[in-house]
Write a protein that binds this ligand. Structure first.
Ligand code: NAD
Length: 366
């Protein structure tokens, strides 16, 4: 039953959006607004069943609560899913009908781009509501968040090295990097600039060629990335890649990358700890992109986005200290910290709603 599931996951509000004449079926899930309005992307996916769509949106929105809280942002967690196929169901009316639903929530939910959506789709949503972030620079938004995500991962790598007594020094460090897409490319670039050796892979050979010619990255077969002799393993491709088969193959003593949901199961965190590998919790180390888009709400400045993203270093150091003291895997320590922040600040601030006048976008650029 939906209510059992919703109550079990602790959501505040779930909105089912339906417009049969346009073919809109969407779900907006607001998990927790103790820290501020719920912030989270909109995903478009052809879910085989409505139940799977509901489960996904509940899981993703809860994850956003933790991510915002752990990154020191004053936002809650939310997410939306549009039950449709991005390859054939996209239309102006579909996105504008969805945008009207977002608008009706009066700023309790602010959304951005997620899987299956692109900047053009977001612009249709923006025609119906101001409660949108991650717009293109031509619309006064912050543009592609990937360079900031990569910058945050770099800060996380510094925190890991420092924790292991190496200081913030990437000289003599080898990083095995999986995925040379938006984040992986920028991360390779930052790592090389700081003197690290980068051995990378991607299933897309054109991205490998670009990284070799522009950055001087070494390439390995994607199947062999787990066996590379290295100090840091940096997953920047897909989720679930840390599992029973891949973990024993890793040579690195640090795992720090941008991919979402890296651990295939909760139990894996414990195994990583037992192997004396330092794991940077994914949702903390990859929060630079979220910090970047969140800043659009108060008026985007790249300088300020970088300053806040630099704090990922300090957030991780705190998480590692707790993890060491309590002999807990860092993922659980990060959850603890996020829950503590929500509890403490939730006692002070109540009933958040974003006033559209507070959204100050930069003047649109040419
Ligand atoms: P992307 O799609 O641009 O890049 C992913 C790359 O991984 C692609 O080039 C793809 O070819 C490659 N890949 C897929 N399977 C692979 C495999 N088996 N071996 C090697 N390479 C493989 O995505 P992105 O925006 O760079 O994001 C990377 C990861 O970081 C994703 O998990 C994403 O959810 C997460 N993330 C991204 C951001 C962001 O700002 N872009 C923010 C937070 C988290």
């Amino acid at each position: 039953m939906p209510f059992d599931l919703i109550q079990e996951m602790g959501h505040e509000q779930v909105v089912f959006c339906s417009n049969p004449s346009i073919g809109l079926r969407a779900i907006i899930a607001i998990h927790n607004t103790s820290l501020g309005p719920a912030l989270g992307g909109t995903r478009m996916y052809p879910y085989p069943t409505e139940e799977e769509a509901l489960k996904d949106v509940l899981r993703l929105s809860k994850g956003m609560t933790y991510k915002s809280a752990a990154s020191g942002l004053n936002f809650g967690g939310g997410k939306a899913v549009i039950l449709a196929d991005p390859k054939k169901d996209k239309s102006e009316s579909l996105f504008r009908a969805f945008g009207a639903y977002v608008n009706r929530l009066n700023g309790q939910f602010i959304t951005g781009e997620d899987v299956g959506m692109d900047v053009h789709d977001m612009e249709y949503i923006f025609m119906e509501t101001d409660y949108v972030v991650g717009l293109s620079k031509s619309h006064g938004g912050s543009g592609d968040p990937s360079p900031m995500t990569a910058y945050g991962v770099l800060q996380g790598i510094f925190a890991c090295l420092d924790q292991r007594g190496h200081g913030k020094n990437l000289k003599d460090i080898t990083v095995a990097l999986q995925g040379l897409g938006h984040v992986g490319y920028w991360l390779s670039r930052y790592l090389k600039e700081h003197g690290a050796k980068v051995i990378a892979c991607d299933v897309d050979t054109s991205l490998c060629e670009k990284a070799v010619s522009e950055l001087g990255v070494e390439i390995v077969d994607p199947q062999k990335i787990y066996d590379v002799e290295c100090d840091i393993f940096s997953p920047c491709a897909m989720g679930g890649i840390l599992n029973e088969h891949t973990l024993p193959r890793l040579k690195a003593k640090i795992i720090a990358g941008s991919a979402n949901n890296q651990l295939s199961s909760d139990d894996l965190g414990k195994q990583i700890l037992e192997r004396n590998i330092l794991y940077a919790p994914d949702y903390v180390i990859n929060s630079g992109g979220l910090i970047n888009v969140a800043l659009e709400i108060e008026g985007y400045s790249e300088y300020r986005a970088k300053l806040l993203t630099k704090n990922i270093y300090h957030h991780l150091k705190r998480i590692f200290e707790i993890s060491k003291k309590q002999k807990l895997c860092p993922q659980l320590s990060a959850n603890q910290l996020a829950e503590e922040r929500i509890r403490n600040l939730g006692n002070i601030r109540r009933s958040h709603r974003l006033n559209p006048d507070r959204i100050r976008r930069e003047n649109p650029k040419d």
